[in-house]
Design a protein around this ligand. Structure first.
Ligand code: UT7
Length: 335
């Protein structure tokens, strides 16, 4: 596809490496039907999911983010010593204190770089990407590593068929380098609607409702979701943010080469692209193989697209997500 001549990026940088990691253990829909009142037919037709990857009991969640980050750094030709910012998007931290970023920083042997977690539901990766880009732009760093990593298999109730069939574990990472030129963020619309914060939550385990025998017995440490409410809100939120980001970028939606939506439900993705009138061949879908990996879903899909050699310099990508909070948003990137 031809390189487009539009104005300079709002936030200039280059993505020089991408990486992802999925645990080796997989669960098919038929595997789930062995112990749940569900079926492959229900899960496939309602969600598009066939398979999900889940961490084994002995596996360490942060290791997924470490592996994804190492792959991204190696493809960028960078050592971890050159990283001067690590942002980790995740919903459930490795441990309440100090979170996940220090564990990933330790696994990468970072020494002086600042690192922090960012929680913005499944939109965490797009939030972190925009923030890291802005960090580079103001000169606080030259090379940033942005990781999305999630192990929700540890926080779903495996007796609740309405939630556990939807999620998978995994991690994705990108390396951003400060560079003037035509690549970087062209438009960004990050949003939140706190009137919808009840739609997706884990109620206990924080300071409002610390862990106790009662919270464990009441299953309040598991993910609770109002699926229908989220479904209804998701399409409108991502469509609005994508239109706003494209308007800021000064491009028509037709100029977008690739849409990488959060992989929550194939029907949500299909409704979104129908509403935006974006042709299906421009939309990246891997939910059938990985399910909903939350903050990891966009960087995993992006990495797959890049490894398949499908992304060319100058192309325009729209990354759009929604999730708990309800945080949502779209970043439009020129590659
Ligand atoms: O990352 C963001 C987080 N999550 C989401 O974005 C999820 C958004 N929501 C969704 O994807 C959909 O709402 C779901 C896939 C969660 C549910 O699909 P739905 O078409 O909204 O189904 P429903 O909740 O209305 O349930 C329909 C029926 C119910 O049975 P009755 O009441 O009609 O008898 C459910 O009990 O399907 C039943 N059901 C299941 N049946 C078989 C719910 N889960 C299952 C299941 N297998 N796994």
């Amino acid at each position: 596809m031809a390189r487009r001549k539009t104005s300079a990026p709002l936030i200039p940088f280059k993505v020089t490496g991408t990486g992802s990691f999925l645990p080796s253990k997989t669960l098919t829909n038929d595997d789930l039907a062995q112990f749940l009142d569900t079926s492959d037919e229900w899960i496939r037709t309602r969600t598009g999911i066939r398979l999900r990857h889940v961490l084994g009991k002995e596996e360490i969640p942060a290791q997924m983010g470490i592996e994804a980050a190492k792959r991204a750094l190696s493809r960028a030709g960078k050592t971890s010593a050159e990283v001067d910012l690590l942002l980790v998007a995740t919903n459930v931290p490795e441990e309440p204190i100090p979170g996940t970023a220090p564990h990933i920083a330790a696994g990468l042997s970072l020494r002086k770089a600042p690192f922090a977690d960012l929680t913005a539901g499944c939109a965490g990766f797009v939030y972190a990407l925009a923030l890291a880009g802005a960090w580079l732009q103001v000169g606080l760093a030259r090379t940033a590593l942005v990781v999305g990593t999630e192990a929700l298999s540890r926080f779903v109730d495996w007796e609740d068929r309405a939630t556990c069939v939807l999620f998978g574990d995994g991690a994705g990472a990108v390396v951003l380098e400060r560079k003037s030129g035509e690549s970087g963020i062209l438009g960004v619309a990050l949003r939140g609607d706190p009137t919808k914060l009840h739609l997706l939550r884990i109620e206990a385990g924080g300071v409002r409702l610390p862990a106790s025998c009662a919270t464990v017995q009441a299953k309040k440490h598991f993910l609770q979701m109002e699926g229908k409410g989220l479904f209804r809100a998701a399409v409108g939120m991502m469509a609005e943010a994508t239109r706003a980001a494209a308007a800021q970028a000064g491009i028509p939606l037709a100029a977008i080469d690739w849409v990488i939506p959060h992989q929550a439900n194939l029907r949500i993705i299909e409704a979104l692209v129908k509403r935006l009138r974006i042709p299906a061949e421009k939309v990246v879908v891997n939910i059938d193989r990985v399910a909903n990996t939350s903050t990891a879903s966009i960087p995993i899909a992006l990495d797959e697209l890049v490894q398949e050699g499908k992304v060319e310099a100058g192309q325009i990508l729209a990354l759009t997500a929604f999730g708990a909070g309800a945080c949502y948003g779209t970043v439009i990137l020129r590659w």
